[in-house]
Each structure stands twice: as structure tokens, then as C-alpha cells.
Design a protein around this ligand. Structure first.
Ligand code: TRP
Length: 338
């Protein structure tokens, strides 16, 4: 088999610009190279680990995420899009992998640690949440993915999957493939902050995200609220570019770097108001998002067709997973009936 690529998203909300620059854009480019057998997984089981009391939300977002995929250019003819919960092989692999990971190892995972801090699990951390990195290893290995394009926050998950693969192969024999993460090469795009400031992460709970589905008016309103330099009170005042979220976004999204450099210089000198810079950012982002938004609206007219894409993709993925599972069972000596 040639190269296999797999990545995924939790359907706990619509996808935003942070997903776009950190992962989606890269994914579509990789799909276009034709060098990979591509899988994209909608990780609803993982979304349930911290939303188990809200299954309706997860269900609704499976469709939203699928719409986001289609809108950005994930092409079901070239990428298999599948739903995690409808792939029983993933649960089975997870159970086998659970033996290969210690509790202490799970507790050291930096992404899990910061999620636990952010999510304030009242009654304590559910076991299902603690072990989701192991289930993510099942996601990655069912198709023997060697390449996993992800945002930077997912690196600990890939590392965990690599350890599981190495241990599995050492103990049971060479069956699984060790995955490599692929992080967006553009340094600036790796961590797009929320509109509330450069030290915030874009997230639903912070209400500071710009979503792929946002219409023009919403986009404009969000950019108007965007954090700038609190010391830049009058247009004539010199302003700070460093830590100014509007410029951070321009650095990521504006193609005309020369124009941005000119704006920065003017802003620092004084005489350039926030409103003007924000209007330019609006133009830049609206040009990017308008075609995505339009395609999304088009697909949203026929949810049945989107579900059919997911059903077909899940069926295909299950066939691939069944092959791997057969090898796994054999290697583990639990293939009793052949
Ligand atoms: N944990 C990922 C996220 O929160 C989603 C995910 C689930 C994933 N399974 C995956 C990513 C497998 C890459 C590979 O965004």
C-alpha cells in the first residue's frame, strides 16, 4: 500500500478559521496531491467523552462538520469520510490497546491535562475521557495511516499512538504502522488566536471564534470586536502591532505582505485608526470565506445527500478496518475460528 493519511475532528461545534489554517487547508492540499489514500474521521465517540450529557449537540454537529468539510473542498471521491461510532472495529482496537498504556502515561498527556483544567469536570474526570488518546490511536491505526495532518495541540496524541504501535508490534508481531504527524508548515498559522486576544485559543466556550459558516455581517461584527492595542485611543496615537490580534490575522491571511508591512508602519507611527485596519482584514477574510460559505449553503440544502456521503464513506472505512482487525486478532492469538 502507498501512503495512507488519516485525520479527524470532534463534532462538538462548527469548524472555525483556526481549524482552517491549522489543518483543513493542509488536508485539502494533501488530497489534491493524489499521493495518499485519504481518510477523514468525524470523531463523535470522542466528542461524547466530554459531551455525553448532550448527545443531541454531538449529533447535530456531525452534519455541520461534514458540511464544513465539503465546503472547504474535501472531495468524497478522493477522501473517505467516516463516522467513528459506526465503526465497531475502533472500539475493539481500543480495548486491546488499553492494555498497552499505563494510567500514569495517560495522566502525563499535556493536551489532556490542559483540557481537564479548562473543562471543569464537576464530578471528576470520566474514565472515557482519560482514555480518549487510546481510542484516537485506534482511529489512526485502523487504516494503517502513516501520515496524520493535525494542529499542534494534537502532537501528544500522535506520540501516544506511536508508542502503542511500537509496543503492539514488539509484543504481538509487526502488524501496525507507526504514524507521523504532519503539522502546517507555516509557523504563523499553527495557533490562530481567538478574536479576544493573542493569548486566547479560538473556542466555542470562549465565544471568540470566527466560523466557516459565519455570514458577512457576522464576520464584520466579530472583526469589529477584535482585540487591538488598548493604548491606541485616538487615531493620531502611535499603536502597537505586537500582540495586536488584527495584525496577527493579517500576517496569517493577507496575501499582500507589502501592504501589511505598510499598514504596520503607519499604525506604529500614528494616524491609522483601528477601523481602517479592521476593514482591510474584513475584505481579506471575506474573500477567503465567501466561496466556502456559498458552497456550504449549497450542500446544506440537501442534508440527505450529505448523510449518503457519510454512509458510503463509513461503509468503505469499515471494510478497511475489518482487514486490519483480522491481522490484529491473529497476531494476538484470539482468532479462534480462523
Ligand atoms: N482529537 C482530535 C481533535 O480534537 C480529533 C481526532 C479524533 C483526530 N481522532 C483523530 C485527529 C485521529 C487526528 C487523527 O481535534
Amino acid at each position: 500500500m502507498g501512503n495512507v493519511l488519516l485525520t479527524g475532528d470532534r463534532p462538538s461545534g462548527q469548524l472555525h478559521l483556526g481549524h482552517y489554517v491549522g489543518s483543513l487547508k493542509n488536508r485539502v492540499e494533501l488530497q489534491e496531491t493524489g499521493k495518499y489514500r485519504c481518510f477523514v474521521l468525524i470523531a463523535d465517540v470522542q466528542a461524547l467523552t466530554d459531551n455525553f450529557k448532550d448527545p443531541q449537540k454531538v449529533r447535530a454537529n456531525v452534519l455541520e462538520v461534514a458540511l464544513d468539510y465539503l465546503a472547504v473542498g474535501i472531495d468524497p471521491a478522493r477522501t473517505t469520510v467516516c463516522i467513528q461510532s459506526l465503526m465497531p472495529a475502533l472500539s475493539e482496537l481500543t480495548v486491546y490497546y488499553l492494555n498497552l498504556v499505563t494510567l500514569a502515561r495517560l495522566q502525563r498527556n499535556p493536551t489532556v491535562k490542559s483540557e481537564i483544567r479548562d473543562k471543569s469536570f464537576g464530578a471528576g474526570v470520566p474514565a472515557g475521557f482519560m482514555v480518549y488518546p487510546i481510542s484516537q490511536a485506534a482511529d489512526i491505526t485502523f487504516c494503517k495511516a502513516d501520515t496524520v495532518p493535525v494542529g499542534e495541540d494534537q502532537l501528544p496524541m500522535i506520540e501516544q499512538a506511536r508508542e502503542i504501535v511500537r509496543d503492539f508490534n514488539r509484543i504481538y508481531g509487526d502488524v501496525l504502522v507507526e504514524p507521523e504527524p504532519l503539522v502546517a508548515t507555516d509557523e504563523k498559522s499553527r495557533r490562530l488566536p481567538g478574536i479576544t486576544g493573542n493569548d486566547t485559543k479560538m473556542s466555542k466556550s470562549l465565544n471568540n471564534g470566527i466560523y466557516l459558516a459565519d455570514d458577512s455581517d457576522t464576520l464584520r461584527a466579530k472583526i469589529r470586536q477584535m482585540y487591538t492595542d488598548p493604548g491606541h485611543l485616538k487615531v493620531s496615537d502611535p499603536g502597537k502591532v505586537e500582540g495586536n490580534t488584527v495584525f496577527t490575522y493579517l500576517d496569517v491571511f493577507a496575501e499582500d505582505a507589502g501592504h501589511v508591512a505598510g499598514l504596520k508602519e503607519h499604525y506604529e507611527r500614528g494616524g491609522l485608526g483601528d477601523v481602517k485596519v479592521k476593514e482591510y482584514l474584513f475584505e481579506v477574510l471575506d474573500a477567503l470565506l465567501a466561496p466556502i460559505r456559498e458552497r456550504r449553503a449549497e450542500y446544506a440544502k440537501d442534508p440527505g445527500a450529505v448523510l449518503a456521503v457519510l454512509k458510503e464513506g463509513t461503509g468503505l472505512a469499515n471494510e478497511v478496518a475489518a482487514e486490519t482487525l483480522k491481522e490484529v486478532r491473529k497476531a494476538m492469538h484470539i482468532d479462534y475460528f480462523g
